[in-house]
Design a protein around this ligand. Structure first.
Ligand SMILES: [Zn+2]
Length: 173
């Protein structure tokens, strides 16, 4: 019956002894540090490197997650609406020229919005809208265009300013 010996459990008191040993060692460590007038924990170079590594890893995870959280969907272009916007923008130019922060985008793409609210992607210079069938859609198109046209100025993030200007351009009070 060899298996009995092989699988014989350790004494039930073993964990107690081990715990006792561990706390003893900790206390001895404290005594040692007090004797040396040093109660601070000095990280070894390995620990420092490890902490720095963990910090960098967290930073990378945050950067990647924020990037993917705000990543725009692939662009399905709307060339007809883009052409209309080009015409509108040429008409708006003289009114916008005197506005602080106005910098018309040299290039941009109007893309089909499949879900959610219309928006402009500053980085990719894209406007996502559902369509151009009503005056409301026209205001929305102007609104998102203005986000791009003022993207290098704080006004480009001011929703009240952008919306008021969009309505003015479309001629809706
Ligand atoms: Zn907006």
């Amino acid at each position: 019956m060899l298996w009995r010996y092989a699988s014989r459990p350790k004494s039930p008191l073993a964990p107690l002894f081990q715990r006792g040993k561990a706390s003893c060692a900790a206390r001895w460590g404290d005594v040692y540090l007090e004797q040396n007038g040093d109660n601070k924990h000095h990280a070894t170079p390995f620990e420092k490197g490890g902490l720095r590594g963990i910090f960098l890893l967290i930073l990378l995870i945050l950067l990647f997650s924020s990037h993917y959280a705000t990543a725009s969907p692939p662009c399905q272009p709307l060339p007809e609406i883009q052409q209309r916007l080009g015409q509108f923008a040429r008409g708006w130019h003289s009114k916008l020229a005197m506005e602080t922060g106005y910098a018309p985008p040299a290039r941009y793409t109007v893309c089909q919005l499949k879900s959610g609210l219309p928006f402009a992607d500053h980085r990719l210079k894209r406007i996502y809208i559902r369509g151009l069938a009503s005056e409301d859609d026209e205001i929305t198109l102007a609104h998102e265009y203005l986000h791009l046209a003022f993207s290098h100025h704080p006004r480009g993030h001011d929703e009240v300013f952008i919306e008021a200007l969009a309505r003015r351009l479309v001629g809706v009070p």
